[in-house]
Write a new protein. Structure first.
Length: 150
């Protein structure tokens, strides 16, 4: 059991690190002179659409990712065995990160393509919201109500 808990926590930490590493690497490459920076700066209609899409994605994905996980934790995960709970916890945690990746990564991509500060703000909102989802063994035990075995 302990081995499975540690493996689940390690897998979630790895996914969380990748969640942050991808936009950091993209920003680093963009700041170092990526050819895509400002590539679509003159297209006003496309900028308007991209801004609206990123804003709507942020307005939908951030609250859904945070509230949906809490709802699933109470309604589904708490009602199954520990082995199934660990599997469901991992799946829903990864889904939560993917939902947060949509506005985060999309906002950063739109920022560098259009140099739109609205898109950058939405990307940063998604990244900051992910700070409420930092995985760890202690958090996993707390949410699944698993006592530490000595």
């Amino acid at each position: 059991m302990e081995k499975q808990i540690k493996r689940t926590a390690t897998g979630l930490r790895t996914a969380y690190i990748c969640f942050w590493a991808i936009p950091a690497l993209f920003a680093l490459l963009s700041e170092m002179g990526g050819s895509w920076v400002g590539m679509l700066i003159g297209d006003g209609k496309l900028l308007f659409m991209a801004d609206n899409i990123v804003i709507l994605a942020t307005a939908v994905c951030v609250p859904v990712s945070l509230k949906l996980f809490a709802w699933v934790l109470v309604k589904r995960i708490d009602k199954v065995s520990i082995e199934q709970a660990l599997s469901l916890y991992k799946q829903w945690s990864l889904l939560r990160l993917l939902l947060l990746a949509i506005p985060s990564w999309g906002g950063l991509a739109a920022y560098y393509l259009f140099l739109s500060t609205n898109a950058l703000l939405c990307g940063l909102i998604g990244l900051v919201a992910s700070l409420f989802c930092v995985p760890g063994e202690r958090q996993l035990r707390k949410e699944l109500k698993i006592d530490q075995e000595d």
